[in-house]
Design a protein around this ligand. Structure first.
Ligand SMILES: N[C@@H](CCC(=O)N[C@@H](CS)C(=O)NCC(=O)O)C(=O)O
Length: 368
């Protein structure tokens, strides 16, 4: 199929949204033209919900009339339909670990990113003013009221309402500081996570960085001061256009990914296990201590149960010798045990069976 058959491609989202930014970075690297439209009116949101299953952004409208949802599933679909230039590494081990990092960046770094945006008054003033004008312009209310309602909704949904209490703030922020150190060490060596050209791992980290950490006033100042290499990488990625050839990637998994993989094994995957327990027990809220951080009243996420299932399937699909290699790396970074701790996963087929064209799940099951 030629990409021309799918044009024009419209991304419905927001110009400051995490996952909208991630998908935009992907399309730019891939060389696929798109237009961004704001999810601005109740009518538009209704249309997105009817066609994709939820009002989450980004929602994609293809030129042939099909709608798509979920950045991860959308990227995988485009990679299958349009294999060149490949953004997802072709080498199986690199592909698997890139998908693992993508999941980590999507579902775990989301928390500190939302924290920095909505906890600090300057972050919430900036983002709520932007969203009041971009997404709620038609609402006949004064801007100050829209700002107040947006900030309250986001805090209730994604920060305090997702388990980040005031006394734990420094520990949640430490996740961001460690990430900066880990990435800065990589970008001192090379321009992108896997070498000289961008790949899926860069797209993955563009979620938290492009439209949150490098944009929101408080973290952006920290990135500029403490990790200029990360600041430069984010701009470099945004300035990328179609890669003619993937080529020039490093071989295997670079040793400097190790500290990030340790975070995956010691923080993200244990959190996924706690989330699975909560879903199994039917507890919409749960407390969990992860890597020394106490999350009180975190929300369950059925979507994230499926995330783990998808990673397991990717592992199982690896050729035998790659499985062995992947397993020893996963063990080395404490990822193996939590990845397989639960024999059965309580996956909801409604969430995944029709992806990337339809899914009833939101990341956290709120507001739908
Ligand atoms: N797994 C989804 C997550 C999309 C998502 O959660 N997007 C956020 C905005 S960045 C959203 O739409 N949240 C919905 C809400 O807050 O109601 C993806 O990869 O696209």
């Amino acid at each position: 199929m030629s990409i021309d058959a799918l044009l024009p491609i419209t991304i419905y989202g927001s110009s400051i949204s995490y996952f909208t930014g991630k998908l935009e970075n992907y399309f730019r690297i891939k060389g696929i033209p798109y237009q961004l439209k704001g999810l601005t009116t109740p009518h538009c949101m209704k249309r997105v919900k009817q066609n994709t299953g939820s009002t989450q952004m980004p929602a994609l409208l293809l030129g042939d009339g099909r709608w798509m949802t979920d950045s991860t599933a959308i990227i995988q679909w485009f990679e299958r339909e349009f294999p060149t230039p490949a953004v997802t590494p072709i080498e199986p081990i690199q592909r698997f670990f890139s998908l693992l990092l993508e999941d980590y960046a999507d579902e775990w770094l989301w928390r500190p990113a939302m924290h920095y945006r909505w906890y600090y008054p300057e972050g919430s003033l900036y983002a709520s003013t932007h969203l009041a004008h971009e997404l709620a312009a038609d609402l006949p209310l004064p801007v100050f009221l829209k700002r107040w309602a947006i900030s309250r909704r986001q805090r209730n949904g994604y920060t305090v309402g997702d388990g980040i209490r005031r006394d734990q703030v420094p520990r949640v922020e430490a996740i961001f500081h460690r990430t900066l150190e880990q990435l800065e060490a990589i970008f001192r060596q090379r321009p992108f996570l896997l070498g000289a050209v961008p790949s899926l791992a860069d797209v993955a980290f563009s979620g938290p960085f492009y439209r949150h950490f490098c944009l929101d006033p408080v973290p952006a100042q920290i990135v500029r001061q403490q990790a200029p290499g990360v600041w430069e990488w984010s701009a470099r990625l945004a300035n990328c256009t179609r890669q003619s050839e993937l080529g020039i990637l490093l071989e295997g998994i670079p040793a400097d990914w190790g500290p990030i993989l340790n975070e995956v094994g010691q923080h993200y995957l244990p959190y996924l296990c706690e989330n699975i327990d909560a879903v199994k027990k039917g507890h919409q809220r749960f407390d969990a201590e992860i890597g020394g951080v106490l999350y009180r009243g975190a929300r369950w996420s059925k979507y994230r149960v499926w995330c783990l299932q998808r990673l397991r399937e990717e592992y199982t699909a690896l050729p035998e010798q790659d499985q062995q290699l992947a397993r020893s790396l996963l063990e080395q970074h404490s990822c193996w045990e939590p990845m397989w701790r639960h024999k059965q996963l309580p996956v909801d087929a409604d969430i995944c069976a029709r992806l990337p064209f339809f899914s009833t799940a939101k990341m956290l099951d709120v507001y739908d």
